[in-house]
Design a protein around this ligand. Sequence first.
Ligand SMILES: NC(=O)c1ccc[n+]([C@@H]2O[C@H](COP(=O)([O-])OP(=O)(O)OC[C@H]3O[C@@H](n4cnc5c(N)ncnc54)[C@H](OP(=O)(O)O)[C@@H]3O)[C@@H](O)[C@H]2O)c1
Length: 486
Amino acid sequence: MDSPLTLIICGASGDLTARKLVPSLYRLACKNRLPAEGRIVGVARSAFSDAAFRDKMAAAVREHAAREWLPERWEAFARRLFYVAADATKPEGLANLSAWLKEKEGGAGGRRLFYLAVAPDLYGGIVSSLAAAGLLREEGGWRRLVIEKPFGRDLASARTLNESIRSQLREEQIYRIDHYLGKDTVQNILVLRFANILFEPLWNSQYIDHVQITVAEKVALEGRGAYYDQAGVLRDMFQNHLLQLLTLVAMEPPARFAADPLRNEKVKVLDAIEPLDDAEAGRQLVRGQYAGYRGEKGVPPTSKTPTYAALRLGINNWRWRGVPFYLRSGKALKGRLSEVVVQFHCPPHLMFPVGDGGTMQCNRLALCIQPDEGIHVSFQSKVPDQEGMVMRPSDLEFHYGHAYKNLPIPESYERLLLDAMHGDASLFMRSDEIERAWAIMDPFIRASESASATAPEEYAVGSDGPAGANAFLDRDGRAWLSLCHH
Ligand SMILES: NC(=O)c1ccc[n+]([C@@H]2O[C@H](COP(=O)([O-])OP(=O)(O)OC[C@H]3O[C@@H](n4cnc5c(N)ncnc54)[C@H](OP(=O)(O)O)[C@@H]3O)[C@@H](O)[C@H]2O)c1
């Protein structure tokens, strides 16, 4: 029989726990996916009794998992939920937690998953105190650690953090979150590419002109001004979500869907992206800041932090040499949209004229990540009943909402929490992957933050971003594309 399983959430009185973690765990319990008899214990410095913590979480679940809310289901789930007040950065502060675990595990130890939902500057200190308090010794079961983003703020700090955590834990015990990887539509990039024969033969520089990756947010700072101004869009979105999407689009097929084969291929893609020197990175980058950003709470009035960026990367390997990857992301834009557009080359020779009133558009494939989850393929079709041959682009569309009506796309934390409990690290980032991603982004960040950098171009709230982003693609004879519905 397995030893008792405990999920220990450090930062249990915070926003992430209330908005994402506990509602996701509750939904997993509703689907009977949580390991039987598993316990969840929240840890933070604030004082809560078990009952008070359950009440706070009940309110959070009613708000964030409203569709699934049922009082009797909640009662059953809440019996597994506990709270221990502790300062997790101090080994002596963790004595309460040690005592609690000993009592609940019955003295023989158990399996423990630690989830750090705390400010990033506490990650290293908490891991050291967990170790000093003896909580990471694998007695009676495994120890695993889930770490939230951001993981470092540049290559040097990510390396230091990796070294500090790996002095206490083996790599396979560490689960670094990028919640984008928990999305079904992101995992579907792998299914589309590697469970179909249709696309893969064309998936290279011979047939693909360029690739665009967009992660647009409609929201602005949502009260996180002080954090965001220190980060900016390059750290907040590019180093993680956009580069993750790029690796899935560009990687070679792994032999097995398992953590190491998959992550080896992702690292190879990142390895094939030569980090640019700072001056060149500056030329391959457009930065924007939404109007009014400098008046936001927590943001200095002189801030040059970009809230929008667009950049170009090249992948130097046989498959992708010469195919630009354009990445863009920003806040306070027209809509919320995550999308990958693959622009194919035009046919080498067109035997018929386009025809009066017709349009010739070379094939495009769009992977719609959110909110219009699905796939669009744009292809040429003959317009019926015309004099002569007239062509126009048409769309083949696949929507999760239609194809899987009764299976709504779940919150990505559900999948990630479950995978960490099951010991599957496929959808988590390995240390070399994180470091490689920082090595690619650092020159762009330095170019953006250097004393001689110009201020980012202002763009209107609710727009498509700065005009400079259009000029950037225009210079390459291309334009930003969007096929997915907003
Ligand atoms: N919120 C989100 O949607 C979101 C999304 C993506 C990533 N993240 C990441 O998730 C992490 C948590 O974010 P958050 O928004 O939940 O932050 P938050 O609301 O500020 O919560 C931080 C938590 O840490 C606890 N804490 C602080 N010092 C502690 C200590 N010494 N020992 C134990 N607990 C301590 C706080 O509780 P006490 O003050 O009671 O100790 C609080 O519960 C951050 O790394 C963030 O970047 C958050």
